[in-house]
Design a protein around this ligand. Structure first.
Ligand SMILES: [Zn+2]
Length: 296
């Protein structure tokens, strides 16, 4: 924090907040952190000049790693047992589990893709006679026929879906970054200098008003995935120190003394992993001391 004293009309500036460092802790779902690429996605801490430039360079590294992870790990074929309950219900259920609308397009996916292609080419020339009984102005019909939506990471079947809804879900290539109180604080510091950051192609903002941004996404050069900045205060409405204290206090009250270390490892997994990497020589009891000091 740098103290200055500038005057502008009726406002007196008494403080200037300068970014001096950051820590990013990546969190991977579906046990992807156990895969070969996942294991290389590590927390990054930095203190020094050009912290914002450094922060976005780290973001770009994560984006490249996520693209690689997506390419290698996220191509699992659907896993569903023939004759199982969910297999049978797929044929009976005509509601898309993504948009929750009816699936009324009964032609095959191949036919649907062909027709959509023709409709695009002919545009105005396309007539209802040619389309036969196809209700081309029916928004639901245009979402396509029923497909098997599944998780590309685990292979688990999720439910019946319109082919277009399924395609759009697959197209979500974002890496969310959470800040506590992004709207009220961090976004101001990021946006003050974002124009000077190299390798940023595009920034899109969802704004509440001229000074408050609910979220924003950043497209970096040479990356297919985007960084999307979100405020965790919208989900957990309390200060960071209060939230972590609550978690630790809950453990202290509910868990037996002998099980505490094990539970702390689970609740404060990233802090624990970081502690093991940085201080392999210290005993496990030191980790408890670290938590007692308020470092999570
Ligand atoms: Zn749908």
């Amino acid at each position: 924090m740098k103290m200055t004293s500038k005057k502008s009309h009726s406002t007196e500036f008494i403080q200037e907040h300068v970014l001096t460092g950051y820590t990013i802790t990546p969190v991977l779902r579906y046990n992807l952190d156990k895969t070969e690429i996942g294991m290389n996605i590590k927390p990054i801490s930095y203190t020094g000049d050009d912290s914002l430039q450094h922060f976005f360079a780290s973001g770009q590294e994560y984006l490249h790693a996520m693209e690689l992870l997506h390419e290698v790990e996220c191509k699992k074929p659907i896993f569903i047992e023939k004759g199982s309950e969910e297999y049978e219900s797929h044929y009976k259920d005509d509601t898309c589990h993504i948009c929750e609308e009816e699936i009324n397009c009964k032609i095959s996916l191949k036919e649907f893709i062909k027709l959509k292609h023709e409709m695009k080419i002919e545009e105005d020339d396309y007539t209802l006679e040619k389309s036969m009984e196809i209700p081309m102005y029916d928004a639901n019909w245009l979402k396509g026929p029923k497909v098997w939506d599944h998780c590309h990471v685990t292979g688990k079947y999720r439910g019946p879906a319109h082919s277009v809804c399924n395609q759009q879900l697959k197209g979500d290539k974002t890496v969310p970054i959470f800040f506590l109180n992004l709207i009220g604080y961090d976004s101001h510091i990021i946006f003050r200098d974002i124009a000077e950051i190299e390798n940023i192609d595009d920034v899109q903002v969802i704004a509440k008003n001229l000074v408050k941004f609910i979220s924003f996404s950043v497209k970096m050069s040479d990356c297919i995935f985007k960084l999307i900045f979100l405020d965790s205060f919208n989900f957990l409405c309390s200060s960071l120190s209060k939230l972590t204290d609550n978690l630790k206090n809950k453990t202290d009250i509910l868990i037996k003394e002998s099980d505490k270390i094990e539970v702390y490892h689970q609740y404060f997994k990233n802090t624990y992993n970081n502690f093991r990497v940085k201080h392999p020589e210290l005993s496990i009891n030191c980790f408890q001391l670290l938590l007692r000091k308020g470092n999570y």
